[in-house]
Design a protein around this ligand. Structure first.
Ligand code: TRP
Length: 320
């Protein structure tokens, strides 16, 4: 079977090391193996907030991050929701294939509602997973590299594909989620790494900002550094971070530090991160905003062409 990879990000702010090790590194590998689409999910920004915020700025920064880590626009189609009206046209028939109770049951949507600061839950909050099905199915995506929180959405996509095919004849493949094997990086305060929590090292952060963030990281007072994820999660997280950047095991680094304590660990982690990010930061600075606009314009045009073809096929299958 000819696999097609599709994945995407909401442009809500700069990408950080959690994104890098969780998904970006994997994309750089996948782009050499499969036709691949990367979506800037700009319409999805307004699922859990009222306004899109500094959307153009965030999209530009996101593209700069992509180019900096080595996502190659010659191999990957990078595009955005708001440039592809056909996605919205696919949404409508797709919505007819899922029940309201299925939409209510989605655990990721429930979690987002629980953490939302919005006064009212919008209809988009419940229906965006179906829009995400259109994101994946418009290009007949078969492999969807995502984190665990996105699995319910891939399930919705599979349901939509299956039911569409049952009702109207075989049009869509049933895509599969692709989960990373990398150890999960926590934020520097022990919570989920997230820029809104101030515990994440952005790929675009300066060396000084990186040093300051790691200096503030929580540790414990035990001088002997050991890798113990259960009893010393914060120390283990810094060891994991340094290990990922150095391509070494966290145990090995713990042994090297021995009784050097938290300060030696932080010093080593800071150097490891800054060393690792140096070429990425350099490449980020080499790209211009003009170039980024060009990349997106070309990606949007290619994605749109694909979406028009699929929409035609869908209309024909449905008898419109
Ligand atoms: N929901 C994803 C996120 O919040 C972004 C996204 C939108 C996506 N459409 C997608 C991811 C399609 C994978 C496939 O990060």
């Amino acid at each position: 079977m000819n696999d097609v990879v599709l994945t995407g990000d909401r442009p809500t702010g700069p990408l950080h090391l959690g994104h890098y090790f969780g998904s970006l590194a994997n994309r750089v590998t996948l782009q050499d193996k499969f036709p691949m689409y990367v979506l800037i999910a700009d319409y999805q920004v307004i699922t859990d907030r009222d306004l899109p915020g500094a959307i153009q700025r965030n999209i530009t920064e996101l593209l700069l991050d992509y180019l900096a880590v080595g996502i190659d626009p010659a191999k990957v189609t990078i595009f955005q929701h708001s440039a592809i009206p056909e996605l919205n046209q696919l949404l409508l028939p797709f919505l007819s294939l899922v029940s309201v109770s299925e939409l209510h049951r989605n655990p990721t949507v429930k979690d987002e509602i629980a953490h939302s600061s919005q006064r009212a839950v919008s209809g988009l909050m419940f229906t965006y997973p179906v829009h995400q099905a259109a994101d994946i199915l418009f290009c007949k995506g078969t492999l969807v590299p995502v984190g665990k929180d996105q699995l319910p959405h891939v399930e919705v996509t599979r349901l939509v594909a299956r039911r569409f095919n049952e009702r109207y004849g075989e049009v869509f493949p049933e895509p599969e989620a692709m989960m990373g094997e990398r150890p999960l990086l926590q934020g520097l305060d022990g919570g989920k790494m997230s820029k809104s929590r101030g515990n994440a090292i952005a790929l675009s952060a300066t060396e000084d900002e990186t040093a300051a963030l790691i200096r503030k990281a929580r540790t414990d007072s035990d001088r002997v550094i050991t890798f113990d994820e259960t009893h010393r999660p914060q120390v283990a997280n810094l060891l994991t971070l340094a290990g990922l950047c150095l391509g070494r095991s966290p145990q090995d680094i713990a042994d090297e530090i021995g009784d050097g304590g938290a300060s030696a660990l932080k010093k080593l982690a800071t150097e490891a991160v800054n060393e690792f990010l140096r070429p990425i930061r350099r490449r980020r600075a080499e790209h211009t905003e003009e170039e980024v606009r060009q990349v997106l314009a070309e990606g949007n045009a290619a994605a749109r062409e694909r979406a028009i073809m699929t929409l035609e096929e869908v209309r024909a299958a449905m008898g419109f």
